[in-house]
Ligand binder design. Structure first.
Ligand code: UT7
Length: 326
């Protein structure tokens, strides 16, 4: 039987800005409390980028860490994909800034914008490029500075988000075409623009000429989240031919501990199998999954052959899941 080209995660890395902001800081300016934030979201602290630190800086930090972890040199990278909704500039893509920052002058680089689902969309696209033989090694990065698009007077959103970046080095490896292969086994991507007003930024190049700030109907997004995340995770597992009992780890988008718990429960998976970092990072949008992957990998929690499901939902609404074997 002829082999199947699989996209295997060869290394992971992350970068977090130095400044850590505890929940208590918000109660100085907003009618909120550590107790409310922890009980409603699970968030205890988040990192905020320094004024002179940009999304590309975070992305480059994570990329260098992932290359180091993979034992791959920048010269061996064929493509760079950055998932972000908070780019340094309207254009060029953050990915080209990462490329320059790493001293790479060949291959291609572009950004993907699917908000909190961005990393899932980026990884699925990278998998497709590898399967098509367009690239052998791809850096896939999620990087965000959501602190730059928050309305500091809105307690319903200001306390929830953070800055950071995570990266993976994907590498083409031959598999047998079965679910025993290492690498990405399946993906499931979805969007439904009729819900675009539930979570959006009220500015942009074409509309206002300014970046704008984040607006969210939290309760409504929450309602969609558990339902859609469980459904997309189940669909991705079906596509991979694997059942919940064969799943070793879930690495969910880190927006809210209650959403993470609710989704695990719907999938019939115990929380011991779920990677949770939301307490330390807050919601870092497209960066949250690669950050969680990198933190958990650095803790030695994954062993080769483990089945990992990643799932995310965000503005759009856009949502999706990927099943991969570590
Ligand atoms: O990553 C993209 C996807 N985004 C998400 O997944 C976020 C989804 N949504 C959520 O995580 C939750 O809906 C929130 C954490 C945003 C809010 O939790 P909730 O349990 O849905 O609270 P709520 O919005 O129903 O608000 C309950 C109360 C309200 O007061 P009233 O109307 O009951 O008097 C809010 O005004 O809590 C109030 N509230 C706050 N109180 C103290 C909202 N934000 C705060 C706050 N501190 N920071």
């Amino acid at each position: 039987m002829s082999g199947t080209r699989r996209a295997v995660i060869r290394g992971t890395g992350h970068y977090l800005p130095e400044r850590i902001v505890a929940n208590s800081e918000f109660s100085q300016t907003l009618d909120t409390s550590d107790e409310w934030i922890v009980s409603r979201s699970g968030i205890e602290r988040r990192h905020f980028a320094a004024p002179d630190e940009f999304t590309s800086d975070l992305a480059i930090g994570a990329a260098k860490a992932a290359l180091d972890n993979a034992g791959v040199t920048p010269a061996e990278i064929d493509a760079i994909i950055v998932a972000t909704s908070t780019p340094d500039f309207t254009f060029p893509a953050v990915a080209t800034q990462v490329q320059a920052g790493l001293g790479i002058t060949r291959g291609f680089a572009f950004d993907i914008q699917a908000v909190c689902a961005g990393f899932v969309f980026a990884l699925a696209n990278a998998d497709g490029l590898i399967a098509a033989g367009q690239a052998r090694r791809i850096l896939v990065i999620g990087a965000e500075t959501f602190s730059r698009i928050l309305d500091w007077s809105d307690r319903g959103t200001a306390v929830l988000f953070g800055d950071g970046a995570g990266a993976v080095v994907l590498e083409a490896q031959e598999g047998a075409g079965t679910s025993d292969d290492r690498g990405i086994l399946s993906s499931d991507l979805n969007s439904d623009g009729q819900y675009r007003d539930l979570l959006y930024v009220d500015g942009g190049v074409s509309r206002t000429g300014a970046a704008g700030v984040l607006r969210m109907q939290g309760r409504e997004v929450f309602r969609h989240a558990v339902e859609k995340l469980a459904e997309t995770a189940r669909t991705a597992m079906d596509k991979a031919g694997l059942g919940p009992h064969q799943v070793d780890w879930v690495v969910p988008h880190q927006a809210n501990l209650r959403i993470i718990r609710g989704t695990a429960q719907k999938l019939g998976l115990p929380m011991e199998k779920v990677i949770v970092t939301v307490q330390d990072h807050g919601n870092t949008s497209a960066a949250s999954i690669p950050l969680a992957l990198s933190v958990a990998a650095a803790q030695g929690r994954f062993k080769q052959g483990d089945v990992i499901v990643i799932e995310a939902i965000g503005g759009g609404l856009s949502w999706g899941a990927i099943v991969l074997r570590w």
